[in-house]
Design a protein around this ligand. Structure first.
Ligand code: S3P
Length: 432
């Protein structure tokens, strides 16, 4: 086990460039692999999750060159993956597992996907149900609704699926299978989840439609496709990684941080709305757009934050940032209520439990609920040993908490940040 010790700081100053977006990096390799021709990817996230995606496609015969400044994916077309000789190891990555299942459902060979202990306990029924309805043969080998999953060839049909959860992984798995179906496929979700699949698949030449309904629910449709075409993709910086430095700049007295090149797609940018609601001093510079994805530089200054309520259709737009937001709430004046966020229970850990346990240990007044938590902010935090339970987002959120806690904060199993942000501790340490 590796540990990192964090000490309180004041006056963080400087600039941070966060690594490439994890969701977009995964998709660029996946879509590039099933496109025809070369896909060139710059600012690809070299985190363990995205490396799992690369590993799986290499096992299916795709040549992926890792150059110092870019990745070259030699796509072979929709129907040219080869049967893997062994189980595909998806590591800790839910995105790899669920999106890849959609692609594998359309192949003419049998494959098995399996990951680490956390991954193999996360729910896969949410993709097995719609993919089976499309005609896929997908089975939980231990019959517990989790990976390992076995996927056998099956003729796919277009469906109209009303997903009970707003999940981009579910939506994307179905849309990817829809590429291989015999008619149009539509997914309806109760709130719009991140839309990188729709944006990027459209860029690769797929016929994708998306509609945001007046009640906030959303539909995405795809027609079967003959060919995708390799693209040049510039991956924006990951707002989920930027979140730790946004919070550090706001929480550490006397700070002013500029976070460069952050993807601000509205389906991901809920944390920025929460910052505004908490009365954070935050400004946007150099707004631009690459490949349909909005990008900005974000300037944050130390702020006296105030509690807020986070609920409803906003939740999917900040689901991965909730551990960090909970720490911000602990440092804010007043009460913060997080609700409608039961999805937190099925992330890399049950994040209602892991956030509550660690914030309580630091002295925060926090009450877990069935679908979120209630935080009474404003009490000083105390440094303690933080149990990350190998959850990268818990390790990083509590490292930031350590910057404003009294005494030493020790992050256990700190190596888990490799999953999404290998340079996190180096970057945090470089700010003074
Ligand atoms: C992701 C979607 C979200 C998010 C995950 C990445 C994606 O999961 O939590 O980190 O890349 O599609 P859900 O689809 O389960 O909400």
């Amino acid at each position: 086990m590796s540990v990192k010790t964090i000490y309180p700081k004041t006056g963080l100053k400087g600039e941070v460039s966060v690594p490439g977006d994890k969701s977009i990096s995964h998709r660029s390799v996946m879509f590039g692999s099933i496109a025809s021709g070369i896909t060139e990817i710059t600012n690809f996230l070299q985190g363990a999750d995205c490396l799992s995606t690369i590993h799986c496609f290499r096992k299916m015969g795709i040549e992926i060159e890792q150059k110092p400044d870019r990745l070259l994916v030699h796509g072979k077309g929709l129907h040219a993956l080869s049967a893997p000789k062994e189980t595909l190891n998806v590591g800790n990555s839910g995105t790899t597992t669920r999106l890849l299942s959609g692609i594998l459902a359309g192949q003419d060979f049998t494959s098995v996907l399996s990951g680490d202990e956390s991954l193999n306990s996360r729910p896969m029924g949410r993709i097995m149900t719609p993919l089976s309805r499309m005609g896929a043969h997908i089975e939980s080998i231990r019959d517990n609704g989790c990976a390992p999953l076995k996927i056998e060839p099956g003729a796919l049909h277009g469906i109209r699926y009303e997903s009970p959860v707003a999940s981009a992984q579910v939506k994307s798995a179905i849309l990817l299978a829809g590429l291989y179906a015999d008619s149009e496929t539509t997914v309806i979700e109760p709130a719009l989840s991140r839309n990188h699949t729709e944006l990027m698949l459209g860029g690769f030449g797929a016929d994708v439609t998306s509609i945001l309904h007046s009640d906030g629910s959303a539909s995405a449709g795809i027609r079967p496709c003959k060919e995708l075409t390799g693209q040049r993709i510039k991956v924006p910086g990951d707002i989920s990684s930027a979140a730790y430095f946004i919070a550090a700049g706001l929480l550490v007295p006397g700070s002013e941080l500029l976070i460069r090149n952050v993807g601000t797609n509205p389906t991901r940018a809920g944390i920025l709305k929460v910052c505004e609601a908490m009365e954070a001093d935050i400004t946007y510079e150099n707004l631009r757009n690459i490949g349909g994805e909005p990008i900005a530089d974000i300037l944050v200054r130390f702020s006296e934050l105030h509690g807020t309520t986070i609920e409803g259709q906003m939740i999917p737009t900040l689901i991965d940032e909730l551990p960090m937001i909970a720490v911000m709430a602990a440092c804010a004046e007043g009460t913060t209520v997080i609700k409608d966020a039961a999805e937190l229970k099925v992330k890399e850990t049950n994040r209602i439990d892991t956030v509550t346990e660690n914030l309580k240990a630091m002295g925060c007044d926090i009450t877990p609920t069935e679908d979120g938590m209630i935080i009474e902010g404003g009490k000083a935090l105390t440094g303690v040993h933080i149990r990350s339970y190998l959850d990268h987002r818990i390790a990083m959120a509590f490292a930031v908490a350590g910057l404003v806690a009294e005494g030493e904060t020790v992050i256990e199993d700190s190596q888990c940040v490799e999953v999404s942000y290998p340079e996190f501790f180096a970057t945090l340490g470089s700010l003074s």
